[in-house]
Design a protein around this ligand. Structure first.
Ligand code: ADP
Length: 969
């Protein structure tokens, strides 16, 4: 017998007879075969070949549900001609308790075990004790087994997850005396992301020692009860992270709107001992949940009075905890910045409109695309911004003029006169004019056809918008909100209102559920009252700003918006790209150019970064020249890593700035852009032409620019990584039990690995903030072994580990994969996948395009704000415009996303919180997601001992690395 780490016990037989006897012996105690391997010369072969030099390994897992042994134990039984002699049994006369190695098996029924051993003809030694009973026995190989009904055997494998309650990696799992019983249900319209949400709820709940249930078919399942309310275990939700819709089903349920239906639902919950429900749905479903909770005491009394439940049950279930999560593709819930499913839906719309754009362009057609949103224009507006549509019609902001049709025709004609061949109009299904008359796609079509003679088609996207695998952002959102929902259940108080899990300022938060529902209903009311300002206000904070950005950057010379600046305020603004290309750079440039033109500025496109600038490779940017750039990936201007003052001569940069009379500079890029601003700021001392507003619009997939929560390109990249991981996982599952070590980019920033790890359900991640150690690898190997042994024999599960490229020079992707391959003991195999430049993505994601539009407009405004004083002064004094427009610290800044807002942070402010050597900010908001990757992949299922080791390892890593502990915050 050999103990291999904590993961399994290895037994060896040297003859087929002994092997079969042993197999029979352990089968009698409900050890189930989970894998049968035949190896020869290190290679796996099919069963049936029994040549002498072959080794047969059978993995046996104790089926605690079947037998009367209760501990989780895995045994590897090998048949090998070279195994040691099995007949060296311990002497019957000595106390077997003194043997060095004993396999401990815990049972509640020692008498039954005794009779089983008798039937098997096994040798037995009884050891009666006052507080428990022990029984020693020998298996056919002579190994000593200790059967006991006493549970305390610290340090032994047998102790693991005794009650089927895995401990949490967070160390907070306290198997409660009475575990909380929590049910999750999805209701109303389905939304992509509901499955990752249910997965997170179930797994996090289990890790916290709760019993988890799923109510199938929404409230209908609650009313019907029976098999519609099912216990969920860790594996029930395996693979759900990538599946669209909701696998536990959803329904619209009339009976739940009646008190009899809700009474039935209450009875079904109480009879199963369920005390809390997590509901993921729209405002209707959440209202239903709140009605249920408010009626609960009455429902319990009625059930008790009718003898449908006992007095004891009534007492135990006095209170019901309800927590809401918003699953809605419309993003129509007030109080939250974003709802689960909305971004995926936007992906579907943008894919469709991008495709329509190409046919529209080919035939010089107009397309009117109808998208979902009866009371909410979020999808229509965001799709309009992301696809560069010409017009958008939404319920909350009707066209200001009564005769909007004439304006539509004027603008369309003006754009076509400039050479534009396509016209795309996006209309929300609930779009209204200012007198609340619906604006319908067919009406828009007839206007364009009849008045302008443009060949116009209508496309109604319909249910396509609900479909498909959830995008990376929805997977992350649903996961962290699902975790938060369980936390909210566990901390809920009897007298506080039911909480709703929301997203505010890029953080998960809670608010009273009914308050959010009421505010949501107020939007429809405000629209009916023609109070459109209030309707806009009730949407997320960016909504109104984004609507203005759309209009200001889409319609040329929009006299309605009247945003043109007086002559003396107009500037020559240069736009330059630097660093690696990332999704959204072109969208940002397009918005900057068009917004600048609409303000009366003179935008200048600089080609090939700062090295292009010093050569004077630049040209005036035109409105039509940037047409269609929203959906273009890469960098249309061309980019490289040359930083002024380091790779290119600062004097030449200043010379070209002066020669071309550049009065504002917008630098789009990653950390090189940040370094460029640092150098340009230094250069101001020597070169007056650098004393103009200079802003940095962050764009890099590594998300390592200080002063912003997100850089452009990160979302595109995450989606590229996540869909690659989905494909890799599929291959890994299809071929055999295989672990893929997937290498992702990010330099010294683990952002991509953490977020993609969370979104793809990776087994674990290796990131620069933590590094890799040998003991960490050992613990990961053990974890993988434990997981594969826990799998069903006929399952071929694929698993993924993400490794950031710069995490370690020693433990390369190949080295890790080879270690896993060797240590997999034939239980699993390993391969590598280096994603490389695929991670830059093809077409930018909708979120990157939207962020690009918002940030680009703010960049132009930043340049205006920091030049206006000098321009007004010169104008007032009738002086020529000076070369130096500003030299204040604030005029060299990163224009970044901070929560729901856009914030300018000067380089001076950012330098102290930047690690220039590691090229990243010292702290990172996303680091709080890190523990969830391991936790939700089943790290909590591992032995407590190994968890402790892992935790100690993490602690020592963190204390030895100051910067990494900074990043932990
Ligand atoms: P959504 O949740 O997407 O807004 P619905 O409005 O159709 O979808 O609501 C879904 C389900 O929630 C309904 O079929 C019903 O069972 C339940 N429900 C909605 N409103 C109430 C209510 N006021 N009382 C009880 N149940 C309700």
């Amino acid at each position: 017998m050999q103990l291999e780490g904590f993961s399994h016990i290895s037994l060896r037989a040297n003859s087929p007879i002994k092997f079969e006897e042993t197999l029979h012996f352990y089968n009698a105690f409900a050890f189930k075969k989970c894998l049968d391997q035949l190896r020869s010369n290190g290679k796996e072969q099919t069963n049936g070949d029994d040549e002498e030099n072959h080794i047969r390994n059978v993995w046996l897992k104790l089926d605690t549900a079947r037998g009367n042994l209760t501990n989780k134990l895995i045994i590897k039984l090998s048949l090998s001609a070279s195994a040691v002699d099995c007949d060296q049994k311990p002497n019957e006369d000595v106390d077997w308790g003194l043997e060095e190695q004993v396999i401990v098996l815990i049972t509640k029924d020692i008498d039954k075990v005794r009779s089983q051993l008798q039937e098997l003809g096994a040798s037995v030694q009884d050891v009666p004790e006052s507080d428990s009973e022990k029984l020693y026995a020998l298996d056919p190989l002579g190994n000593v087994l200790l059967f006991t009904n006493k549970l305390a055997f610290p340090g032994l494998l047998n102790e693991q997850s005794h009650e089927g309650v895995p401990a949490s990696i967070e160390g907070a799992a306290q198997p409660a005396e009475q575990p909380r019983k929590i049910a999750v249900l999805t209701s109303g319209g389905d939304a992509p992301g509901m499955n990752p949400c249910v997965r997170a709820v179930v797994r996090y709940g289990i890790s916290k020692g709760c019993e988890m249930y799923a109510v199938y078919e929404g409230y209908q399942g609650l009313v019907d009860g029976g098999s519609q309310i099912r216990r969920m275990d860790w594996k029930s939700v395996r693979g759900w992270i990538r599946v669209g819709g909701t696998s536990i089903g959803t329904a619209r349920c009339k009976p739940f709107q009646t008190s009899e239906g809700r009474l039935q639902g209450a009875e079904n919950l109480i009879k199963r001992g369920i005390d809390s429900i997590i509901v993921c749905g729209g405002d209707g479903s959440l209202t239903g949940a709140d009605v249920f909770r408010s009626e609960w005491p009455g429902l319990v009394d009625t059930l008790k009075d009718a003898n449908r439940i006992s007095a004891e049950q009534a007492e135990k279930h006095k209170h019901l905890t309800i927590v809401g999560l918003v699953g809605s593709i419309d993003n129509d819930m007030s109080s939250t910045d974003i709802t689960i499913g909305a971004v995926t839906s936007l992906h579907r719309i943008c894919e469709a409109v991008d495709s329509i754009n190409t046919t529209a362009l080919s035939h010089s057609r107009a397309f009117v695309v109808e998208v979902m949103g009866r009371h909410c224009g979020w999808l229509a507006l965001m799709a309009g911004i992301a696809t560069g549509a010409d017009f958008v019609f939404i319920p909350e902001r009707p066209p200001s003029e009564d005769d909007w049709e004439s304006r539509l025709c004027n603008v369309t004609q003006r754009h076509r006169d400039l050479g534009k061949r396509k016209t795309v109009v996006i209309v929300a299904e609930g779009a209204l004019d200012s007198s609340l008359k619906p604006i319908k796609a067919d009406h828009i079509k007839s206007i364009l056809c009849d008045r302008l003679g443009v060949d116009t088609r209508v496309t109604t996207l319909g249910h396509v918008q609900r479909g498909g695998s959830p995008c990376a952002a929805d997977r992350v959102l649903a996961t962290i909100q699902g975790v938060e929902a369980v936390r909210a259940v566990l901390t809920a108080k009897i007298d506080t209102p039911s909480p709703l899990i929301i997203s505010r300022n890029n953080r998960v938060a809670t608010c009273p559920l009914m308050q959010a529902v009421e505010l949501t209903h107020e939007v429809a009311k405000a629209i009916q009252e023609k109070n459109f300002a209030r309707a806009m206000e009730l949407r997320d904070p960016q909504f109104a700003e984004e609507f203005d950005a759309f209009t200001a950057s889409t319609i040329l010379d929009d006299c309605n918006a009247n945003i043109v600046l007086p002559d003396h305020r107009r500037l020559r603004i240069a736009i330059v790209h630097i660093g690696a290309p990332s999704g959204g750079m072109n969208a940002a440039t397009r918005t900057a150019v068009r917004y600048a033109l609409n303000r009366g500025h003179h935008p200048i496109a600089v080609y090939n970064g700062f090295s292009g600038l010093v050569r004077g490779t630049m040209q005036d940017a035109t409105w039509i020249g940037v047409d269609g750039w929203t959906s273009h990936g890469g960098s249309e201007l061309g980019t490289n890593r040359h930083v002024p003052g380091i790779d290119v001569d600062m004097g030449m940069v200043a010379y070209q700035m002066q020669k071309n009379k550049i009065q504002g500079l917008m630098v789009v890029g990653g950390f090189e852009a940040f370094s460029s601003l640092v150098e340009l700021e230094k250069g101001r001392k020597y070169y007056p032409s650098l004393c103009v507003p200079i802003c940095h619009l962050p764009a890099t997939i590594s998300n390592n620019v200080p002063g912003t929560d997100y850089s452009l390109g990160t979302d595109t990249s995450l989606n590229a990584i996540v869909s690659s991981c989905d494909a890799i996982g599929q291959s890994a599952r299809s071929s055999r039990r295989r672990v893929f070590v997937v290498e992702v980019q990010g330099g010294k920033s683990g952002y991509l690995a953490v977020e993609a790890g969370l979104a793809s359900g990776a087994n674990t991640i290796y990131i620069p903030e933590e590094g890799i150690t040998l003991s960490r690898l050992q613990s990961d190997v053990k974890h993988l072994l434990a997981m594969y042994m826990d799998d069903d024999a006929d399952m071929s599960e694929g698993r993924i580990i993400l490794r950031t490229e710069d995490v370690s020079e020693t433990y390369t992707t190949d080295v890790i994969s080879n270690i896993l391959k060797d240590e997999g003991h034939q239980l699993f195999d390993s391969r590598t996948a280096v994603l490389g430049h695929i991670q830059q993505g093809d077409t930018p994601s909708p979120l990157d395009r939207i962020r690009a539009t918002r940030l680009a407009m703010r960049c132009v405004q930043f340049i205006e704000d920091h030049s206006s004083n000098a321009l007004d002064k010169a104008h007032g004094e009738k002086q020529p415009v000076p070369v130096e427009l500003t030299d204040c610290d604030e005029s060299v800044a990163v224009v970044g996303i901070s929560g729901a807002n856009v914030k300018n942070n000067s380089i001076k402010e950012l330098l102290p919180i930047t690690d220039l050597k590691k090229r990243k900010p010292r702290a990172a908001w996303w680091f709080e997601h890190r523990p969830l990757v391991d936790l939700l992949s089943g790290r909590g299922m591992f032995t407590p001992q190994a968890q402790k080791l892992l935790a100690e390892e993490h602690n020592s890593d963190n204390s030895s690395n100051e910067n990494s502990s900074n990043n932990n915050q």
